[in-house]
Design a protein around this ligand. Structure first.
Ligand code: CP
Length: 330
């Protein structure tokens, strides 16, 4: 099992099933603190450096709120232009400096493996909040945590489940990380639905095949959803395309709405999306007409993100067993 205290969280490849269960157990313990039923100051005096060099709503704000809910303080940098990286400073130098000011750092950056490069200069744990099209490990953890909870309502577990992943599987880092976490389980059936130009990278497919799971690769949405327990949609990651025109070729190719869901999915297929969903008319991969559907888990995913990120802070800073000791009145 992984030694969490003092460690960077850069890739899901660092984790095994025991480590994942530890994170999920601590995340579950965080529930009353996230719901404001209890309060703890276990991280009083600690500082999170929250460095987001690429746009974010959920990940950036939930990292910050997770740290605040444990009693810590947050210092934030958003956008490359407000950082001396834009003057040519290296990731290594930036990390050396900022890790003196912080106890833990969360970071998102547009380039693959940049968070790992940054971590090499850091004296404190660094948590990857998304590095280009490579990985988004905390999203994958909250996705897996959500899948586990959602399937448990139907008396199912993760082993033996069927997941359909739809959309931009090439640039969508969340599906890369989630696939690798699912590979650690037994008998998963993957249906990967994308335009061939935006197919899941070969190295992820090799991981799935080497782990012995069944895999179907197709460009057709309709007709390939009827066995899925989980339907995981992604948006076209237009910021990773060479041009807007190139991205526009694929926007709107796969859309899920109430009618398609009712015709092509099981009555309890769980609908997931890492968000943001692209609500512009030409894209609209997940229609608002499903907003009140009980199987729509997209906002429960975002809620679970707070719990997972609280757990990761507690574990990397070694305070996961001291929450009660530092409780204070609500
Ligand atoms: N899911 C996710 O990473 O969302 P944000 O880009 O808003 O952080």
């Amino acid at each position: 099992m992984m030694q969490f205290e003092g460690s960077h969280i850069l890739s899901v490849n660092q984790l095994d099933l025991d480590s994942i269960n530890t994170i999920f157990n601590v995340a579950t313990k965080m529930t009353p603190y996230a719901l404001r039923e209890k309060r703890t100051n276990v991280l009083d005096g600690a500082i999170l450096g929250n460095l987001f060099f690429e746009p974010s709503t959920r990940t950036r704000v939930s990292f910050g709120c997770a740290f605040n809910l444990l009693g810590g303080h947050v210092r934030e940098t958003t956008g490359m232009a407000s950082s001396s990286l834009s003057k040519g400073e290296s990731l290594y130098d930036t990390a050396r400096v900022l890790s003196t000011y912080s106890d833990v750092i969360a970071m998102r950056h547009p380039d693959a493996y940049s968070v790992k490069e940054f971590a090499e200069g850091s004296r404190v744990p660094v948590i990857n909040g998304g590095d280009g099209s490579n990985e988004h490990p905390t999203q994958a953890l909250l996705d897996l945590f959500t899948i586990k909870k959602e399937l448990s309502h139907a008396g199912m577990g993760i082993d033996g489940m069927h997941i359909a992943m739809v959309g931009d599987l090439k640039y969508g880092r969340t599906v890369h990380s989630l696939s690798r976490l699912l590979c650690m389980h037994k008998d998963i059936q993957f249906t990967l639905i994308s335009p061939s130009e935006l197919a899941m990278p070969d190295y992820v497919i090799a991981d799935i095949e080497n782990a012995g799971h069944k895999i179907t690769i197709t460009e057709q949405l309709e007709g390939n959803l009827h066995q899925a327990d989980i339907l995981y949609l992604t948006r076209i990651q237009e910021e990773r395309f060479p041009s807007q025109e190139e991205a526009n070729k694929y926007r709107g190719k796969f859309r899920l709405n109430h009618n398609i869901y009712t015709q092509h999915c099981k009555s309890n297929t769980v609908i997931m999306h890492p968000l943001p969903r692209d609500s512009r008319a030409q894209a609209n991969e997940l229609d608002n007409d499903l907003n009140s559907h009980p199987s729509l888990a997209i906002f429960r995913q975002a809620d679970n993100g707070l719990l997972i990120r609280m757990a990761l802070f507690a574990l990397t800073l070694g305070v996961e067993n001291q929450l009660e000791k530092y409780e204070c009145p609500v």
